[in-house]
Each structure stands twice: as structure tokens, then as C-alpha cells.
Design a protein around this ligand. Structure first.
Ligand code: TUI
Length: 315
């Protein structure tokens, strides 16, 4: 049986990525996921390069398995983190919220596997031409900064315009989602919201409680008028944001309101002013587990639905 292309590319056991959640996905969470056989990803978010260097160090103290660093391309520190990953020889980079073309050659020369997030077929074509090793096709069911298309539509359309291996993201929570992702053309999955429930995930207990209590109507997308739509749990913050957004507020006022709100949720559990980013799939999760339990659960569940994630991954 031929191996899974993503497991072969990254030398990982299971084709399961942990989403790169800004302020959340640190070296400890990523190490736990990589140690369990998935791909742990450190989120650069809006943090400076020194923070990312420290997280890489923390991860390497805990795991010698492959991992990735995610670069949020709208970060003021994107350039310095782009350089740092070369110096640190990180095995793989994922990117989000923009076009990483200007960094690709540098990363390829450093031997880094490059896996951009795409939210459209145009970006998928461009990234295929520019030398990406694989693509994460992320649908608007996901949490945080979202594109316009749903995973159900984006995946097969992207699959039609590229021969690169695809990682499906957005709306995946269990083996059913994995089986669906395979049917749509993916050979790996990325889950963010499910890893918010991991014991190793460094979020405020209030944040975790909100995720565990979420229902199917709990998330909302704000910021469409600014060009930076964000999906988060419905809270006083999103209600205030919506009131201003639909009351005709300028983008700068909205950006000011949003700035720092994610950090307030993650670190302070601030239920009034925090922005609790979350995917739609939060409604599916009712308990905390270790990262290893989550991965083992996903592998078992996918197998029961006819998708084999172990044993044929080329290791
Ligand atoms: O990037 C994400 N999700 C994120 S980033 C983030 S950090 C943040 N913090 C505070 C406020 C706002 C954001 C939180 N969540 N996902 C990956 C993703 N990338 N989704 C969509 C895209 C994307 C969008 C446009 C990728 C490429 C793209 O190309 C635009 C272009 O330049 O043509």
C-alpha cells in the first residue's frame, strides 16, 4: 500500500495537524501533539520573533519529532519570524492570512517544507506555481480569521486545480469529518478548536468552559466590513462589535476595538472584553482530553469509518 503523502513529506505518524491558534498554540501544546504522532504547530500570531524562538526551544526540550511554525502574514513581525525559521532550521512552515510568495525561495533554500493556508482556488494555483509542498484548504467554518468559502466547496475546487497534497481545515472535529475530508480530496486534516479542549492547551479556564458549553448557534463572524472577518463565540464583545459595525463604524474604530481582545480572552478569561475565537465545531466537544487522547480518538474513529490513518504512513 502506498504511504500517505503528508506523512511521507513531514515524516510524521498520523496526518493530523494541530491548528496554529494565535496566543494559544505554544511550544508545550505543539510538543504534546508532535509527541503523540501528529504535527504540532507553534503559532507566531502577532508576537515578536523572540517569543517564537523561546517556544521553539521549549518544544525541542520536550520533543525531537517534526513540528511546524505558523507565520500570520499580517503580523508586524512576519519578516523577522520568516528569517528566524531559517536560522532555527524548523522542519516546516505554515502560513495564514496572506500571500507568502516573497519568502518561499528563502525557505526552500533552507530545506523547510512550506505549507500555506489557502481560502480560494486563485491562491491555491498561485501557491502551487510558487513551490509550496502542500496546501491547507481552510473553510469558513473555522475559528479566527476566515475566508468566504465553506470546506465542503473549497476542498474539491482546490483539489481540481492542484496536484499538491491537501490538508483540510475548518469544521473538522472527529472521524466523520476526517472521512468527509478524504472524500473531498484531502489526505490530512488540521483541527484547531478540538485542541482548545486539550489539557495541555494554555487557555484560561473560562475560555475552555465556553468551548465545552458551546452549541451549534454559538459562533458568529464579525468584521466582514473591515475585510478581516473573524469567527468567535457570541459574547458581549461580539455584540458590541456588531452594534458598531452595523451602526456604520469606520474600519479603524473596529480594528481598535478588536486589538488585544483575543489576548484578553486567552490570558484573562475576560468575558466582557475578550474575543473567544472558535470554530463552528465547538458544539461537538463536551470534555477535556490530553493531546494524545485526542489523536488516538481521531485515529480510532476515522478507522471505524473506513479511513486508515496508521500503518501505511511510510514510517
Ligand atoms: O489565519 C488564519 N486564522 C487566523 S489568523 C488570526 S490572528 C488575528 N488576531 C486578531 C484578529 C485577527 C486575526 C486568527 N485566526 N487562518 C488562515 C487563513 N488564511 N484563513 C484565510 C486565509 C487567507 C486569506 C487570504 C489566506 C490567503 C489569503 O490571501 C489573500 C491574498 O493576499 O490574496
Amino acid at each position: 500500500m502506498s504511504g500517505n503523502p503528508i506523512c511521507e513529506l513531514l515524516q510524521i505518524e498520523y496526518p493530523i495537524f494541530q491548528g496554529a491558534m494565535a496566543w494559544i498554540a505554544d511550544g508545550r501544546l505543539a510538543a504534546a501533539v508532535s509527541e503523540a504522532g501528529g504535527l504540532g504547530i507553534i503559532a507566531g500570531g502577532n508576537a515578536p520573533a523572540d517569543y517564537v524562538r523561546e517556544q521553539i526551544r521549549l518544544l525541542r526540550e520536550r520533543s525531537s519529532k517534526p513540528f511546524a511554525v505558523n507565520i500570520m502574514l499580517q503580523s508586524p513581525f512576519a519578516e523577522e519570524i520568516a528569517q528566524l525559521v531559517c536560522e532555527e532550521r524548523v522542519p516546516a512552515v505554515t502560513t495564514g492570512a496572506g500571500n507568502p510568495a516573497r519568502y518561499m525561495e528563502r525557505w526552500k533554500q533552507a530545506g523547510i517544507k512550506v505549507i500555506p493556508v489557502v481560502a480560494s482556488t486563485a491562491m491555491a494555483k498561485l501557491m502551487s506555481r510558487t513551490g509550496a509542498d502542500a496546501l491547507i484548504a481552510e473553510g469558513g467554518e473555522s475559528g479566527g480569521h476566515v475566508g468566504e468559502l465553506s470546506t465542503m466547496v473549497l476542498l474539491p475546487l482546490v483539489s481540481d486545480v492542484t496536484t499538491l497534497p491537501l490538508i483540510a481545515a475548518g469544521g473538522i472535529g472527529d472521524g466523520r469529518g476526517i472521512a468527509a475530508a478524504w472524500a473531498l480530496g484531502a489526505s490530512a486534516v488540521q483541527l484547531g478548536t478540538r485542541f482548545l479542549t486539550a489539557r495541555e492547551c494554555p487557555i484560561h479556564p473560562e475560555y475552555r468552559e465556553k468551548i465545552l458549553k458551546a452549541t451549534d448557534r454559538s459562533t458568529v463572524v464579525t468584521g466582514r466590513t473591515t475585510g478581516h472577518p473573524v469567527r468567535a463565540l457570541r459574547t458581549p464583545f461580539t455584540r458590541e462589535y456588531e452594534a458598531r459595525e452595523y451602526g456604520g463604524a469606520e474600519a479603524v474604530e473596529l480594528e481598535r476595538l478588536g486589538s488585544g481582545a483575543l489576548r484578553k480572552a486567552v490570558q484573562d478569561g475576560d468575558v466582557q472584553e475578550g474575543c473567544f475565537m472558535s470554530g463552528e465545531i465547538a458544539a461537538m466537544f463536551t470534555k477535556t482530553q490530553t493531546a494524545r487522547e485526542i489523536i488516538e480518538d481521531l485515529v480510532r474513529d476515522a478507522e471505524q469509518r473506513g479511513v486508515r490513518l496508521r500503518g501505511d504512513c511510510g514510517l
